[in-house]
Design a protein around this ligand. Sequence first.
Ligand SMILES: [Zn+2]
Length: 118
Amino acid sequence: MDKEMREYFLTKCYNWYLEEEIIALRRFSLTAYGEETTRKNAKVSKKMEASYGFQNEKINNIVALGLEHLQNKIANRLLKEHPELLNFCPKCNRLARTPKARQCRHCFHTWFDEPVKF
Ligand SMILES: [Zn+2]
């Protein structure tokens, strides 16, 4: 998968992420200090534990492998499970900006008359 397609899946296809992927990404958004204090608060708040999954072994395993690994995993999973998300320009066949885009950012061709797939 090229860099453009990876970025496309990671920045434009959030609605197709799995819950465990979203929680793990939330963990990566915490700094070391934030993780420490949030972990303490999560011990008393069920809401916070649900949000960050500190006690969830599956989430902890994903987080332990690192952000880069998680992002590659998400992009590869979306390519395999949702190839329909890829929105190629009918004229130049390059990747559009988003799954719902109807104008090409490369050649400016438009295809507004075609129905949106999702
Ligand atoms: Zn185009």
